[in-house]
Design a protein around this ligand. Structure first.
Ligand code: IPT
Length: 980
């Protein structure tokens, strides 16, 4: 019979018992037995329901279920129905009462059992059982003997199993608790998910080997020399063939001449080996120096500019259990989108991710698994960060992160955690880290005085304030005695540009500030990926679920979906926009001086790895292109080059009247890189060589409308004689056009800090406009329709004049000149100003000349360029996890909306319109909670807009900047319609 289990560890401040000292993660030739796979599993509702004696070797688990290890148990069964509990999402609020260190009795408890056979050749010496991550607290037994317990979900825990291990068959039993005292330290904005979610392995530590080592690989940019010393706590020999180090004392110090340093741009790693009597340990060494000097963050002597993202670990099917492929996909996508830095928000990632960052090159801010944000909701009363009883738990977390990750070249900053308020425990963590690893910088955004950090860091700062910080004119610190210190510090935005839904808007304005003030070292977009969970509707259609979808009584809705990539890692338009906003090489095409200017914001690389090309297009049709020889531009410098002769010649060549001529200059990879093939585009710029020009006023002989019964015919169009409504166009049945001032609110419209603009729209009634016809007047020169559009109860309105015309010389074309003027004063900015109409559902394809290929709004226009593009109606939609306004194509000059047989409508604009085409209405988008709620109507809805409200990032950060606000104003739209 086994002893009853004591569960005092669950609600204890202690981080764990029976554990090994934390140490570096490394591989070696010593045997490892991977214990991933199917384990026996039983989920108890709470401790009283747990299976008695489950830890005994002879316990009968044949009636239990099985579950994958590693996995989050709540996701088992999805995208169908979850089999074990259900995921729950909260941002700041704890999903249990604040009663530290206690947790509710209803505490789901996962019991795991696994039988394994110790391989016959298993060496003597010690054997450890290593858990890479268990959420949130667990106890472990091997063959019935208790090994210990642990907390700290995203950190490794090891137990010495040497004495408990048997030759042959062994039984491992693990009891995992969803809630524990540790949960109070893990209040990150993410799904609450439990279980053994990272790998588990049995690790042999043969006699005579090392427990731990610390690689110090410094680089001196002034001399180009490096110093290597590997600190080991037992004798070992070091070999690094490329550096001429053979079987040497690891401690050295080895002084090395002519070394290539490691950087995110050039992630040079030197392969080596540490050898002891018991094993061989491969090393990948990157030499670099990171420091703050003269108020700047320098890497290898050069200032750093972070083009960063905050990365949570996420997969829509497996939650926080990531495959190697997921991690590699993240790294490659980041590199291909000009991202050079990652903050591991808000916990240390699977260490395999850091191996990839070393290899492919990303600067990493490694963040500790600590957040107590929910205490902020009670005025930080009882915050663990400032309670001595939690000191050891906090320090333990910091030690386990630093010790695990200290040998990664990519890690340049340690972060104490996120949103954990103030307190002496944070200070103690900082002090310990500085003592243990003085060669890296320390970050904690919550230390507003910066009394124990190396870098001044804030989140979601407004543009104006950021400019002041850039000029070191920031407001005085809370403790004035700290002011001089902080003012001398470099600055980063550890979170900015909240990427929730459509957006973020205003990225370029941030980048302009970063690039104009040396103190500003860039920032980290919040965040990399939407944490949506894949689910299936009863009829088998898939969508991504968010907070509340699993019946959680307390939740934060879709605030968990705020990434640059969708849950399945498809890039969203926000990522494309970010790639362009942060391009490390800025190209400017000057059409007057006929030069191209190249300014490099690269860290150390010159531009020799890039190939520059130019291309001239007339109305989107290629006229000529060639490579453009740009001598290497050194990092941080600029060069101006005259246009190549061929470009000048083409620029001056004759062109068809009315066509626009554009030159595009691109910079692409000249050679294959490990993360992208040759030809991958890094940066580009465009300039107009001719046009766009305002269309010449029509010279044809205008036709008068012809009345037949209750209809007017005018060219290809038929109008209702009473309402003036366009009924059909060249045989296509139409509804509208009608004035439209509203859009389906975006996340940023819905949650705008300081008052949601979407609420103002609803209050004003933009979504329920009433239309009144003031007059339908036939003229010799066309048909004039005047309307007044206003919401119920309002004394403000828009007066709209539609002038419909056609010419005798070209009776197939219908022209609309629309003028809309505000009457009275509108209480809020408008969503859009334009017209909406419906066309037959047979319309399938849109070909356009304008900005593309992606969607764009006034403050998300960096990534789109002038050209000819084509897309299916379905491809024009961006499937934001919460349906909302999307898919706008800007500055469209000409669009063909066609059916399968090539019939349809040609729309021209002078000079241009914003265009959306979709199979549902704005109201449908607004009502839908998930993408599967959107069902195509038997119509195609087209919006043609003169202007749109900007996007901003007001869901968490600055609202739309004034220059992008759509204040009600008179607009004119000139649009031509013609059948095709
Ligand atoms: C900030 C959090 O640090 C981050 O985890 C996330 O919740 C983000 O907000 C919003 O998505 S904190 C907030 C007070 C700005």
């Amino acid at each position: 019979m086994s002893e009853p289990i004591a569960h005092d560890y669950l609600e204890s401040f202690s981080p764990g018992r029976g554990r090994e000292a934390p140490r570096a993660a490394f591989t070696s030739d010593a045997p490892v037995l991977d214990l991933s796979g199917q384990w026996r599993f039983h989920l108890a509702a709470g401790l009283p329901q747990a299976a008695e004696g489950f830890q005994a070797a002879g316990f009968d688990d044949s009636g239990w279920e099985t579950i994958a290890v590693p996995a989050n148990w709540q996701l088992d069964g999805l995208p169908g129905e979850p089999r074990f509990g259900a995921p729950a999402y909260t941002n700041q609020i704890y999903p249990f009462p604040l009663d530290p260190p206690h947790v509710p009795d209803a505490n789901p408890t996962g019991e795991y059992r696994r039988e394994f056979t110790l391989p016959g050749q298993w060496p003597g010496g010690r054997t450890l059982l290593r858990f890479e991550g268990v959420d949130s607290c667990f106890a472990v037994w091997l063959n019935g003997s208790l090994l210990g317990d642990g907390k700290g979900s995203r950190l490794p825990t090891e137990f010495d199993v040497t004495d408990a291990l048997r030759p042959g068959r062994n039984i491992l039993a693990v009891r995992v608790h969803q809630w524990s005292a540790g949960s109070y330290l893990e209040d990150q904005d993410m799904w609450w998910l439990s279980g053994i979610f990272r790998p588990v392995a049995l690790v042999s530590r043969p006699a005579g080997t090392l427990a731990d080592f610390f690689v110090h690989a410094d680089y001196d940019h002034l001399t180009g020399q490096g110093t290597l010393s590997v600190h080991t706590e037992a004798p070992a020999r070091l070999t690094v063939p490329e550096l001429g180090i053979t079987d040497a004392d690891p401690a050295g110090p080895h002084r090395l001449r002519r070394l290539d340093p490691w950087s995110a741009e050039q992630p040079r790693l030197y392969d080596g080996e540490l050898v002891t009597d018991g094993e061989r340990i491969p090393l990948r060494i990157g030499f670099r120096r990171i420091e703050v000097r003269d108020g700047l963050i320098l890497a290898n002597g050069r200032p750093l500019l972070f083009r960063g993202v905050n990365r949570h670990e996420w997969n829509p099917d497996t939650g926080r259990t990531l495959s190697h492929e997921d991690m590699l996909t993240d790294v490659l996508l980041m590199k291909r989108h000009n991202i050079n830095a990652v903050r591991t928000s808000h916990y240390p990632p699977d260490s395999a991710f850091l191996d990839l960052c070393d290899e492919y090159g990303l600067w990493v801010v490694d963040e500790c698994d600590l957040e107590t944000h929910g205490f902020g909701l009670v005025g930080w009363e009882g915050n663990p960060s400032d309670d001595r009883r939690w000191r050891e738990a906090c320090l333990d977390r910091m030690r386990r992160m630093v010790e695990r990750d200290k040998n990664h070249a990519c890690v340049i900053m340690w972060s104490l955690g996120n949103e954990a308020g103030h307190g002496s425990n944070l200070e103690a963590m900082a002090q310990w880290a500085k003592g243990r690893d003085p060669d890296r910088l320390l970050h904690y955004e919550g230390d507003d005085n910066c009394s124990y950090t190396d870098v001044y860091s804030l989140m979601y700062v407004e543009y104006g304030e950021l400019g002041l910080i850039g000029r070191r004119q920031d407001v005085v610190t809370r403790d004035p005695a700290q002011d001089a210190r902080r003012r001398a510090m470099p600055f980063i935005l550890c979170e900015y540009a909240h990427a929730m839904g459509n957006g973020p808007g205003g990225l370029s304005e941030y980048q302009d500030l970063f690039e104009s003030h040396p103190r500003l070292h860039g920032g980290f977009v919040w965040e990399w990926i939407d944490h949506g969970i894949r689910r299936r509707t009863p009829d088998g259609r898939e969508h991504f679920a968010y907070g509340g979808d699993f019946g959680e009584p307390v939740h934060d809705d879709n605030f968990v979906c705020d990434g640059l990539v969708f849950p399945d890692r498809t890039p969203s338009p926000g990522l494309t926009e970010y790639k362009k906003a942060v391009e490390p090489v800025r190209i400017t095409v000057d059409t007057t001086a006929r030069t191209v200017r190249v300014r490099s914001h690269l860290h150390t690389l010159d531009t020799a790895h890039l190939r520059f090309c130019w291309r001239v297009e007339d109305d989107g049709q290629l006229q000529g292109d060639a490579e453009f020889a740009v001598p290497p531009v050194a990092a941080g410098t600029a060069a101006e080059l005259p246009w190549p002769e061929a470009l000048t010649t083409l620029c001056d060549a004759a062109r068809k009247e009315g066509e626009e001529r554009w030159v595009t200059v691109t910079a692409e990879l000249a050679r294959d890189e490990p993360w992208a093939p040759a030809g991958h585009e890094i940066a580009w710029a465009q300039a107009a060589l001719a046009g766009p020009e305002a269309a010449a006023p029509p010279t044809g002989r205008p036709l008068a409308p012809v009345r037949t019964g209750d209809k007017y015919a005018l060219g290809p169009a038929v109008f209702d004689a009473v309402s003036g409504t366009l009924l059909s166009l060249a045989g296509l049945r139409t509804d509208g056009p009608r004035l439209d001032l509203w859009r389906a609110p975006t996340d940023n419209d819905l949650r705008t800090w300081g008052g949601p603009v979407a609420e103002a729209w609803r209050k004003a009634g933009l979504d329920r406009l009433e239309h009144r016809v003031l007059g339908v007047r036939p003229h010799d020169t066309g048909l004039e329709v005047v309307t007044r559009t206003a919401p119920a109860g309002a004394d403000f309105a828009m007066r709209t004049e539609y002038r419909w015309e056609t010419d005798a010389e070209d009776p197939g074309q219908l022209r609309l000149t629309l003028t809309a003027k505000p009457v009275g004063s509108w209480p809020c900015p408008l969503g859009r100003i334009g017209i909406r109409m419906a066309l037959p559902q047979s319309i399938e394809t849109v070909d356009w000349f304008g900005l593309g290929p992606g969607e764009a709004y006034s403050d998300t226009t960096s990534a789109v360029r002038v050209g000819r593009f084509s897309a299916d109606v379905d491809e024009l939609q961006t499937p934001y996890v919460l349906p909302q306004e999307n898919g706008n194509r800007r500055e469209v000059r000409r669009a063909h909306l066609t059916d399968r047989a090539g019939g349809g409508l040609i729309i021209t604009a002078s000079p241009y319109v914003d265009l959306t085409v979709r199979r549902w209405t704005s109201a449908d988008l607004d009502n839908a909670r998930h993408t599967t709620d959107l069902r195509p109507h038997p119509r195609v809805y087209v919006n043609l807009d003169a202007a749109h409200q900007g996007i901003g990032s007001g869901a968490c950060g600055p609202r739309v900047q004034p220059q992008y606000e759509l204040i009600a104003r008179p607009v004119t739209l000139t649009i031509g319609f013609r059948p095709c």
